[in-house]
Design a binder for this molecule. Structure first.
Ligand SMILES: Nc1ncnc2c1ncn2[C@@H]1O[C@H](COP(=O)(O)OP(=O)(O)OP(=O)(O)O)[C@@H](O)[C@H]1O
Ligand SMILES: [Mg+2]
Length: 480
């Protein structure tokens, strides 16, 4: 039976006095456990404010949650294979490369290092597969698959404890059993540590590639804290791409040297969008890292495999079977796909274009970008397609069916917002984290390591938390 609204974990609305009181407690808990971010408007390194969060964990069907969890290793392996299929990547990206300079720059680096001979065949993937539920039937549909800088695994690992505290303090201690534990932080860090050990050079470094200014500092630092606590012998250093350009070099063994020591693992928390490469220096830095013996998280072909174009190409009949065989797994993966269409200049592309112009509300138009805020919705889809109809530019986009998730009711707690907040209609997006380590021919590790939930106002198009739109959340599992 279709269901447009999921039941909240406790009866709502809350009485005003209770609400004000519990929000004060929750904010203090959040601040004292790093559920925080730096303020974009009044940036000050001495100050961390609460990250936006929902006051109560949002409902999510247990069976769909478990489905996503179980699929993660399957998806990890699929993306690993896609990334290692040179021909598939080339074919899939060729039209987009002609009009999308950013993807072209990434692609050119990949071709260059391939032609020179790959120095490091091991790849480390810290992935996150994102899902919205389709309101009609409440089944998960994949929004996208992130292969670079998949964020919020660290902060969201703290959220079950925050919600346990909130629910207990409201007298609902008996229901906390319905919140799954989240070990994303330790799982992601274990991936970095395992890669470090496979690199196997004593006194080598882990290098985090970071933005000029990190607003999402808690999420990043928790990884660093966790690694150095688990493994005091591992030194973690944070550098921007520009600093990497200035401060690193390759030695004759192609080791990437920083402060005179070889880098074992490079973990990108930046480098996924054009603005993070303001000059040729950043691109040179990226090329140097890619040429080196360091294990990259991600290697550049993992990043290319995470493009929207690849996601769309995998939905073409036969594509999954090519990578996974015709068994049950490919059927399970196909089940989570929603309509995905190419806008190339061919018959299928024309059909998709006409379909979206006629009924724009049904679609999302996506360029080959990461980081949120790049997609078009509704009337903007029609306008953009009419404008690009005869231009090669359209090949840089894919068209995706819009997923309409069920509503949940809840309170969003934001820094600086009036208390109490209104009870609002929200929708939740689930992210499942996965770790994979391997070469083209051998996979050393492949597992699901945790989850995140981010929740946004039901009428908002996008819900990026770092972008200030979404709120951090954790699933409250429903047996429906
Ligand atoms: N098909 C869809 N139907 C409904 N909403 C969607 C769809 N695709 C994307 N969205 C919304 O837009 C947001 C951003 O889309 P997407 O994840 O594809 O872009 P991104 O730039 O890669 O984002 P991120 O920074 O999360 O990696 C999603 O989190 C979701 O809220
Ligand atoms: Mg993304």
């Amino acid at each position: 039976m279709s269901q447009a609204r999921l039941a909240s974990c406790v009866p709502l609305p809350l009485e005003n006095k209770v609400l004000v009181n519990v929000i004060e407690k929750a904010k203090d808990w959040a601040l004292m456990h790093g559920v925080g971010m730096r303020d974009r408007k009044h940036f000050n390194k001495d100050v961390i404010q609460i990250a936006p969060f929902v006051l109560l964990p949002s409902p999510f069907p247990r069976t769909e949650f478990m489905k996503a969890v179980e699929l993660q290793p399957v998806l990890n392996e699929l993306m690993h294979k896609v990334a290692h299929d040179d021909q598939f990547l080339e074919q899939t990206l060729q039209n987009a490369l002609q009009v999308d300079e950013f993807t072209k720059n990434l692609y050119d680096i990949w071709v260059k290092v391939r032609n020179e001979g790959i120095t490091q065949s091991l790849c480390l993937g810290l992935f996150r597969s994102d899902y919205l539920m389709q309101r009609d039937g409440n089944k998960i549909k994949q929004v996208e698959f992130n292969t670079i800088a998949s964020s919020f695994g660290a902060i969201t690992s703290n959220l079950p404890a925050m919600f346990r505290y909130i629910l207990r303090s409201m007298g609902y201690g008996d229901i906390i059993k319905n919140m799954p534990e989240n070990r994303a932080l330790s799982g992601l860090c274990a991936g970095i540590i395992e890669a470090y050990d496979l690199f196997g050079v004593p006194d080598s470094l882990v290098l985090f590639v970071v933005e000029e200014v990190s607003y999402n500092i808690c999420d990043q630092r928790f990884h660093e804290f966790h690694i150095t606590e688990a493994r005091p012998d591992i030194m973690v250093i944070r550098k921007t791409l520009c600093e990497i350009y200035e401060e690193t070099e390759l030695n004759d063994k192609k080791q990437l040297l920083l402060e005179g020591k070889p880098v074992a693992v490079v973990y990108y928390r930046s480098g996924y969008e054009p603005a993070q490469y303001p000059s040729s220096r950043e691109w040179d830095a990226r090329l140097r890292v890619e040429r080196s013996s360091a294990i990259k998280c991600p290697s550049i072909h993992y990043q290319l495999a995470g493009t929207k174009k690849v996601q769309q190409a995998l939905a073409i009949p036969g594509a999954l079977e090519k990578f996974m065989g015709a068994g049950a797994s490919s059927g399970r993966v196909r089940d989570i796909f929603t309509g995905l269409y190419s806008l190339d200049f061919d018959e299928a592309g024309e059909r998709a274009l006409e379909m979206a112009i006629a009924d724009a509300e049904r679609f999302v138009l996506k360029p080959q970008r990461e980081g949120g805020g790049n997609n078009l919705y509704g009337e903007d889809v029609r306008e953009a397609l009419l404008r690009m109809r005869h231009s090669r530019e359209r090949a840089a986009y894919i068209l995706m069916e819009r997923i309409l998730p069920p509503l949940v009711s809840g309170y969003v707690v934001r820094p600086g917002a009036p208390v109490p907040p209104p009870l609002t209609d929200l929708v939740s997006e689930l992210g499942i984290f996965g770790v994979i380590i391997g070469t083209k021919d051998k996979i050393y590790s492949n597992r699901q390591v945790g989850h995140m939930l981010r929740t946004k106002l039901a009428d908002a198009n996008e819900g990026g938390v770092a972008a200030g739109l979404g709120a951090l959340d954790s699933p409250y599992l429903l047996d429906m």
